[in-house]
Design a protein around this ligand. Structure first.
Ligand code: FAD
Ligand code: FES
Length: 510
């Protein structure tokens, strides 16, 4: 059986929309159609706010379409750490925000009778590493202190060995594309919502009246009172504020048909390498989703074996019938592990960002939609301050900032010094190499019909050297996570410009 290299969730139809074809005005422009943008549009639609939502590609084609879609407040082992760094009150606010988001998703599913394979499940974090056992015990104390319903367990319902685990009661999972496709259907019925696909935003400018204006790649402008940047990595980045505060990590997922019945529950381990397990059920079958093998984007040496490692884990713990899908995606982590949600900067109070969900975006994307909607409507939101991008915590931000930016500097300088090869004649099909062309480095890829594709390997964002990702056949940047196709088109930001394309006619002789 050939493995489908698309996300398992793309077995569902999503309504499509035209690209933008004229200048517009709105109360709110939302840029980006993942869980953050669509949920924000849904909340604003209910308040009769006039919204234009633009999406660079297709709705739900970003990380949201490639997620594991556990809807949980169990974000790894995070509560003990939040208490240590920020105190009990803020840790409690973080939990309450996530719990309310889960309840909100449930409420919407009930209200519109959305059929999205939603089920309530207990969430387990377990360990086999003796060094993590204390951390699980500490997290359990944190649950008690914060009033989180859960308990230590010594055995998992699933057949995976472990030393200790912590359960969070009554969390949930769903089919993210079915859920959001229904929200899209709901909002597109409303006169106050206009949606455009294949309409990338490229800039934000000030109009003559002083209102911010989104400029699209097609050259059309949308003038509005408020702009919500829901593009995952903010496409507009005042003074580079966000590049230094987040890093991108890719993770891998496989969808597996198993011979045995799934025992229920959602699982993740505390140590590295991460292993995340859940099931998704249709009327006919159960599909196990197994995820993990996370690496900083651009750390390409390590991605080679990712899918094999996940398959090998599956074979150890599941009677595998077939692996039917495999895919990868990335998410962003902030220096203090709390997302950045709210006003972009003090000087641009009506431009909002929502990013840095640390692979917990089902609840965090919903939290973001609520905070931003409340801010636009001038409503009090008790968690807005916790997530505000204006915050800066000395500890742990500073330590993490130093190590993250040292890594970026290492890639910036190391990438330039790396010695390229000069031979493409021996380049095999579906492989790539880097060669020298004068002062520049050129990434050359040979496709299955023997055609060469050549791009300048200097990332158009801030100039790091992109690296070849064998698994996904893309050029990935280790500095801030931009990704490019074999012909240099931007697949993922923050870069917004394509890599320079080279003429390949003379390369064969080298
Ligand atoms: C492998 C993996 C597993 C995960 N599992 C879970 C999980 O189990 N539970 C959980 O809660 N979270 C999980 N997450 C995290 C979660 O999926 C993400 O945090 C969340 O989907 C991010 O949503 P978003 O709307 O912010 O971004 P996206 O879904 O990426 O949406 C952003 C959209 O903006 C568009 N866009 C970008 N630039 C522009 C532009 N210039 N103009 C217009 N549009 C633009 C993109 O095309 C995209 O459609 C996981 C993440 C990964 C990588
Ligand atoms: S230099 Fe920032 S993403 Fe490449």
């Amino acid at each position: 059986m050939t493995v489908n290299k698309e996300s398992y969730w793309y077995n569902t139809n999503v309504a499509s929309f035209p690209s933008i074809s004229k200048d517009m005005e709105a109360d709110v422009t939302i840029v980006g159609g993942g869980i953050t943008g669509i949920t924000t549009a849904y909340m604003l639609a209910k308040e009769n706010i006039n919204v234009v939502l633009i999406e660079a590609d297709q709705l739900i084609s970003g990380t949201t379409g490639h997620t594991t879609a556990k809807i949980t407040a169990q974000h790894g082992l995070v509560y003990d750490e939040l208490i240590q760094h920020f105190g009990k009150e803020k840790a409690k606010q973080y939990y309450t925000a996530q719990h309310s988001a889960l309840e909100y998703i449930k409420e919407i599913i009930d209200r519109h009778q959305i059929s999205c394979d939603f089920s309530e499940e207990d969430a387990y974090i377990y360990t086999n590493d003796p060094n993590e056992v204390d951390k699980i015990n500490n997290e359990s104390f944190a649950y008690q202190l914060l009033g989180i319903s859960g308990s230590i367990v010594n055995e998992l319902p699933i057949d995976i060995p472990m030393k200790l685990a912590l359960k969070m009661d009554k969390q949930a999972q769903f089919h993210p594309v079915k859920y959001l496709a229904s929200l899209i259907n709901e909002i597109s019925k409303k006169d106050n919502i206009r949606i455009f696909e294949q309409s990338p935003a490229v800039d934000i400018q000030k109009s003559d009246s002083g209102e911010p204006t989104v400029v699209t790649k097609q050259g059309h402008v949308i003038q509005s009172k408020h702009i919500v940047i829901a593009t995952h990595f903010p496409f507009y980045n005042m003074k580079g504020l966000y590049f230094a505060r987040m890093y991108a990590e890719r993770s891998h997922l496989i969808a597996v048909k198993a011979k045995q019945k799934y025992p229920g529950g959602m699982y993740i381990n505390a140590e590295q390498p991460t292993r995340s397990v859940r099931v998704t059920k249709t009327d006919e079958e159960e599909i196990w989703l197994i995820g993990g093998e996370r690496y900083r984007t651009g750390n390409v040496d390590k991605t080679k074996e990712a899918f094999q490692q996940l398959e090998s884990f599956a074979n150890q713990h599941v009677e595998v019938d077939a692996v039917i899908n495999q895919w990868a995606a990335q998410d962003l982590t902030t220096t203090d592990k709390i997302p950045l949600i709210g006003q972009l900067s003090k000087s641009t109070p009506n431009i909002y960002v929502a990013t840095g969900y640390r692979k917990w975006g089902m609840t965090n994307g919903t939290v973001a939609a609520q905070i931003i909607t409340d801010t636009i409507l001038n409503k009090e939101n008790s968690t807005a301050e916790l997530f505000s991008p204006q915050r800066f915590h000395g500890d742990p931000d500073i330590k993490k900032l130093i190590s993250m930016n040292a890594t970026t500097a290492k890639h910036l300088i190391g990438g330039k010094l790396a010695i390229p090869t000069n031979d493409v004649s021996s380049l095999a099909e579906e492989q790539a190499t880097i060669i020298e062309a004068g002062l520049n480095k050129v990434g050359v890829y040979r496709d299955e019909s023997q055609q060469l594709h050549a791009v300048d390997t200097t990332c158009t964002h801030l100039g790091c050297e992109v690296k070849w990702n064998t698994n996904e056949q893309t050029w990935d940047c280790p500095c801030h996570g931009s990704r490019f196709s074999i012909d240099g088109e931007v697949l993922e930001g923050p870069a917004s410009k394509a890599l320079k394309l080279y003429d390949t006619s003379e390369l064969e002789e080298r």
